[in-house]
Ligand binder design. Structure first.
Ligand SMILES: [Ca+2]
Ligand SMILES: [Ca+2]
Length: 126
């Protein structure tokens, strides 16, 4: 059973590696499916773990929104930004410290932005 399964996975990997419509063919986890107009932030890479933030720009004051200190501060590892805005992640509460700007798009591992497990608050720039 195990060897059959790994053969099947290997074939799927080859299909994906060939690059033909990989995005369209890849099964998305329920959490990573589209949510137009929202920014979402997860605890773990690849849009897994707890979904700590799910917000529309209209739900945030102009200066920004807080990431909950217990459920989210210094834990965010992946982000999908489906707003029409840039989302600035701040290293500190109160929109201070270092930051990284995330234009609309998918960020499966914030290590690539040098901002893994750092964000404590965020601001929309629309
Ligand atoms: Ca994390
Ligand atoms: Ca916070």
């Amino acid at each position: 059973m195990l060897s059959r399964k790994s053969i099947a996975l290997g074939a799927a990997g080859l299909v994906l590696a060939s690059g033909t419509a990989a995005a369209a063919g890849a099964p998305a986890s329920a959490e990573a499916q589209a949510a137009p107009g929202e920014v979402r932030m997860w605890e773990d890479p690849d849009y897994t773990g707890s979904l700590y933030v799910q917000t529309r720009p209209s739900q945030c004051p102009a200066e920004g929104c807080d990431i909950d200190g217990w459920d989210g501060d210094n834990e965010i590892s992946s982000v999908i930004n489906e707003t029409g805005c840039t989302v600035r992640l701040w290293d500190l509460d109160g929109f201070g410290g270092g930051y990284v700007d995330l234009r609309p798009g998918r960020y499966g591992n914030l290590e690539l932005q040098g901002f893994d497990n750092k964000a404590e608050s965020y601001t929309f720039y629309c």
